[in-house]
Design a protein around this ligand. Structure first.
Ligand code: FSX
Length: 302
């Protein structure tokens, strides 16, 4: 529970230089589609900020969302956890286990009542379902979620499973899986869908919360507009081929080799809103369409 330090104190403790700090602020401004002139305002806000306590709950999921977060490169997951937030509970990343892990969650809830963020990945069996399908330390996912969000400032549903039900909810939905927003109605819920979500979108949302002390503007699906405001199609580097009517018809024809549009191969880019085309994956190396595969539309409901 080291969240009583300001961010700048924490950064100094971890040997982060002023230049490195400003680079992080510039990356945060860019992620949130803010002008570069906002960098100094973000730096000033972050220097005064107390690191918010974050409790991360994992339910019915594949751990891809956490795997994605660990590939965040600006900020890195180390920056994020050591410098930006106080990650007080996370099954996969925490050292504690068993009773000690659950005690850490209870302590974070008590000490930060009303102020902590709850991040959830995975869907969970809803009311009427067999709660035994998914339990942690003998408690149902439902009980853990409701107990933890009671004192939260806001809830972030990370991944399409938490945001919309995702793979566990696919027909015939054997576990009666529901999304977080189906259960939480008295706290703000932000959805960060994707299977998995773009790592920089997860860390960018947390950085936004810390910088501005609140949640960003959301779209109709409660997704942050800064990241989900434009379709994959609108930002796709293959878009000029679509506009000229040049399409790959198979995965290995001349059109595919020339990098033409993948729409006729089933690409869901025109109806999918996400930041893959600009933020890309693996430290900005590439993204599915650049690898020759159509968009699957993973960040949309159903
Ligand atoms: Fe779901 Fe995430 Fe896909 Fe996996 O936590 S959004 S199955 S990447 O892991 O929840």
């Amino acid at each position: 529970m080291a969240n009583q330090k300001t961010l700048s104190e924490s950064l100094r403790e971890h040997g982060v230089t002023r230049r490195g700090f400003l680079k992080f602020c510039a990356a945060t401004a860019s992620m949130m589609a803010l002008p570069p002139s906002m960098t100094s305002a973000i730096a000033a806000a972050l220097e005064q900020a107390r690191r918010p306590s974050v409790i991360w709950l994992s339910f019915q999921e594949c751990t891809g969302c956490t795997e994605s977060l660990t590939r965040s490169h600006s900020p890195t997951v180390e920056n994020l956890i050591l410098d930006v937030i106080s990650l007080d509970y996370h099954h996969t990343l925490q050292a504690a286990s068993g009773d000690a892990a659950e005690a850490a969650r209870m302590q974070a809830m008590e000490e930060n009542h009303g102020n902590y963020l709850v991040v959830v990945d995975g869907s969970l069996p809803g009311p009427g379902a067999n709660m035994g399908y998914s339990t942690i330390a003998g408690h149902s996912n439902y009980d853990i979620l409701m107990e933890t969000v009671e004192g939260a400032a806001a809830v972030v549903a990370v991944g399409t499973c938490a945001a919309f039900g995702g793979l566990p909810q696919a027909h015939p939905n054997p576990t009666g899986a529901v999304a977080v927003q189906d259960l939480v109605s008295d706290k703000p819920v932000v959805n960060v869908p994707g299977c998995p979500p773009v790592p920089m979108v997860i860390s960018g949302l947390l950085a936004h919360y810390l910088t501005f002390g609140g949640l960003p503007e959301l779209d109709g699906y409660n997704r942050p507009l800064a990241f989900f405001g434009q379709s994959i199609h609108d930002r796709c580097y293959r878009r000029p081929f679509y506009d000229k009517g040049l399409f790959a018809a198979t995965f290995d024809d001349e059109g595919a080799k020339k990098g033409w549009c993948l729409y006729r191969l089933g690409c869901k880019g025109p109806s999918t809103y996400n930041a893959c085309a600009t933020m890309r994956w693996n430290a900005g190396t590439s993204w599915p369409i650049e690898s020759g595969h159509p968009c699957l539309g993973c960040s949309e409901p159903s």
